[in-house]
Design a protein around this ligand. Structure first.
Ligand code: ZN
Length: 434
């Protein structure tokens, strides 16, 4: 460090562009005003298929503590534990490797939603290659400064409780029973949705996808169920005001019993560790232990007020929604949770489409100058002409529409087509024609 400084002092003073100065000021503000993160975890196992991840020492630039960020995740496995464990161990690295190197903080946060999509799909492909059949939900939360980015598949949930006492959902439930859009997508991609059929035609239980009988429309794993159960996450990115807030991330063992509001209210005013225990206790009180129950509570506390979140005096009225600032034009998720009731939370990004062309963008990631293309999902380098063309249209794809996304390697391209039911539709057409 000191050497660099000396060198600079010997050279002539140079004019610094205004943009650089502003950028420096913004970064300074960010590092000074970062929240303190306090967290707690609690849970009780029934089947032993819930896993969680807490990592508060991540760094955007390795070795540089001022670039630190935190990651929290819940993985609720089904049909075995291997998908949950594999995802816990590999997802973060797969996400981070999809972010272009040398990105500034702003660029990094902007690239994160796409990197999460790439990381989820890559983890699913890698798990499939193991030849195991279990699956897992994933609720994955990245906190950098006041910016919270949540990516989720399945029915574990992340809620945000702000200082004003307004509770909002940052995830979408990918349960076939709850989600009409997902039912339509699964059906259009070749799956069948219906209830379990007992003898005498009696249908019971929640809506499931057949073959396989899974209640979820998105997950990582579930190799045996069908490719229309996709690992493409719903992603939401918000920026909290520096008044702070609390995240409650939990598996369905909690949410089958408690509403978001009740869970938030049950633990307000308590430190995170106690709060997590209380949410679990509250969930078990009414129903007993029916399922794995895991809860993470994460408090983002302003540095200058290192106290637990106070209990709000009274519930805010609907005028609060007027304070909400919506920034993103990218939001296409319909019929889901609304953050519009949250005062002073800035919504930066929301997208839930299962179509990779919409999620990965055309310009991602940058192709290198060497003429080698990097797959936007698995980050494997592939020379052009080796496998599929970059601009592969109908000649290279069974899809009727040319691929409009970034370069994908042969393997990831196959995965994309399978998820979107392209092969199935083609076969159907052929059956119809002959
Ligand atoms: Zn690939």
């Amino acid at each position: 460090m000191s050497q660099i400084k000396d060198l600079n002092m010997r050279t002539k003073p140079q004019l610094v562009p205004l943009g650089t100065l502003i950028g420096r000021e913004l970064r300074k503000e960010d590092s000074v005003g970062k929240p303190t993160i306090k967290y707690g975890q609690a849970g009780l196992a029934k089947k032993g298929e819930d896993y969680f991840l807490i990592k508060t020492d991540c760094e955007r630039i390795p070795g540089n503590q001022s670039t630190s960020f935190s990651v929290f995740g819940i993985f609720d496995g089904h049909n075995g534990i291997s998908a949950a464990i594999f995802t816990k161990e590999n997802l973060l690295n797969n996400v981070l490797s999809a972010i272009p190197e040398g990105a500034t903080r702003e660029e990094w946060l902007q690239a994160l939603p796409r990197a999460l999509v790439a990381g989820f799909v890559r983890t699913d492909i890698e798990f499939q290659q193991k030849g195991e059949t279990s699956g897992t939900t994933v609720t994955f939360v990245v906190i950098d400064g006041w910016t919270v980015t949540v990516a989720s598949v399945g029915d574990s949930r992340c809620i945000l409780d702000t200082q004003g006492g307004v509770v909002s959902l940052l995830t979408v439930d990918h349960r076939l029973e709850e989600n009409v859009e997902e039912r339509e997508r699964v059906t259009a991609s070749g799956g069948e949705v219906g209830r379990l059929n007992l003898c005498a035609g009696n249908e019971v239980g929640p809506l499931r996808c057949w073959p396989g009988g899974l209640c979820l429309s998105r997950s990582i794993g579930d190799t045996d169920v069908g490719e229309y159960i996709v690992p493409v996450p719903h992603v939401k990115q918000v920026k909290l005001s520096n008044a702070g807030g609390r995240l409650i991330i939990a598996s369905d063992g909690i949410w089958d019993t408690l509403s978001s509001d009740i869970a938030a209210q049950a633990c307000r005013g308590l430190p995170a560790e106690l709060a997590a225990k209380l949410v679990v206790k509250e969930a078990l009180r009414s129903r007993g232990l029916k399922d794995d129950t895991t809860c993470l509570v994460v408090d983002m506390i302003p540095c200058d007020h290192p106290v637990v979140l106070p209990t709000p005096k009274k519930k805010q009225n609907s005028l609060t929604s007027l304070l909400f600032r919506r920034k993103s034009l990218n939001s296409t998720s319909k019929g889901t949770n609304k953050l519009s009731a949250v005062g002073a939370v800035e919504e930066l990004f929301e997208e839930g489409s299962a179509m990779l062309a919409e999620r990965l963008g055309k310009d991602f990631p940058l192709n290198s100058d060497s003429g080698i293309y990097r797959c936007a999902i698995c980050q494997v380098d592939q020379p052009p002409g080796d496998g599929l063309s970059v601009n592969s249209g109908p000649f290279f794809s069974p899809s009727s529409k040319p691929w409009e996304g970034p370069f994908l390697c042969t393997n990831c391209r196959k995965k994309k087509d399978a998820m979107e039911g392209v092969w199935k539709k083609l076969n159907r057409n052929r059956v119809g024609r002959f």
